[in-house]
Design a protein around this ligand. Structure first.
Ligand code: DAK
Length: 255
């Protein structure tokens, strides 16, 4: 199996499992990722984690051996497939965390960028090296990277194709945290910092922040007001405020 979907406590974990090719993404794996995301969304989990098998790589990018010799039509189909699959993470009702445990290059970093959060082990190395192949990122890298680290830094990474180590990635906000030990266990601990809260309200917060990237501020503030009003209609907000007043811990129901 080149992709594994497993359950760990309240989380779903997708493991890219082609360690002999540093978990490079081929067409089959991308289609499997789509199915696994759908499955995880149905499974009643509180967050979706991604990681790579083998201890050396999260994912070394699109499978270069498969890409070579593709026709224009095949390339367009491949781009549409990848973009569609990664975009599923934008609208997934649960948050996602990429536990980057080694190399994350090209399409591998683009997968991580499509996740809500990224954490990295100290040996992690990241980059969008497509320019070295005379290509440019095609799975959302040119759009998501500048939203995460800003335009100048994104342009530099994309135009030089240089590798960013874990420490720099944390400094520039490409990853939220450097974690020691088992990357998935660390990802679960990281996710528990927010998944203890109301899942639908977390989704509203995510949606509001994501809209900031493509909306003028006047419109963005209206979106925020609407989503904030929606949050105030939930049972969970009543529970949260009552619990505060009654000096007890809130028990959210995701409702
Ligand atoms: N694809 C296929 N095989 C790969 C691979 C990849 N991306 N990366 C590594 N491998 C394979 C190697 O070929 C090698 O296989 P064997 O030779 O043993 O059969 C095995 O994994 C181990 O790799 P290395 O021997 O190279 O291992 P090292 O530790 O020496 O080096 C490395 C690790 C990660 C620095 C190196 O493997 C490397 O530079 N890999 C390539 C990284 C890269 O350039 N990634 C970006 C790929 S381009 C598109 C949309 C999106 C994309 C393209 C098109 N459309 C819209 C059309 C995305 C493009 C990309 O992601």
């Amino acid at each position: 199996m080149i992709l594994e979907l497993t359950r760990r406590d309240e989380f779903s974990v997708i493991t890219l499992n082609r360690p002999e090719a540093l978990n490079a993404l081929n067409t089959e794996m991308i289609a499997d990722i789509a199915a696994a995301i759908d499955e995880a969304a149905k499974a009643g989990t509180r967050a979706l984690l991604f990681t790579g098998a083998g201890g050396k790589a999260f994912c070394a990018g699109a499978d270069i051996k498969e890409l070579l010799g593709r026709s224009v039509i095949e390339s367009k189909r491949f781009a549409a497939l990848g973009q569609r699959v990664f975009a599923k993470l934008d609208t997934l009702p649960i948050p996602s965390v990429a536990a980057i445990n080694g190399y994350a290059f090209g399409g591998g970093l683009e997968l991580a960028l499509a996740c809500t959060f990224r954490i990295a082990t100290p040996n992690a190395k990241m980059g969008l090296p497509e320019i070295k192949l005379a290509a440019i990122p095609g799975y959302g890298g040119t759009q998501r990277l500048p939203r995460v680290i800003g335009e100048a830094r994104a342009l530099e990474m994309i135009m030089t194709g240089r590798t960013v180590a874990a420490e720099e990635a944390e400094r520039i906000g490409l990853v939220s945290r450097i974690v020691e030990g088992d990357a998935v266990a660390a990802g679960m601990a990281f996710a528990r910092e927010f998944t203890k809260y109301s899942l639908p309200v977390l989704a509203l917060a995510r949606e509001a922040v994501m809209r900031a990237g493509d909306t003028p501020i006047s419109e963005g503030l209206k979106i925020e007001a609407d989503l904030n009003t929606l949050a105030f209609q939930t049972e969970d907000v009543q529970e949260g405020m009552s619990a505060f007043i009654e000096k007890r811990e809130a028990k959210f129901k995701d409702a």
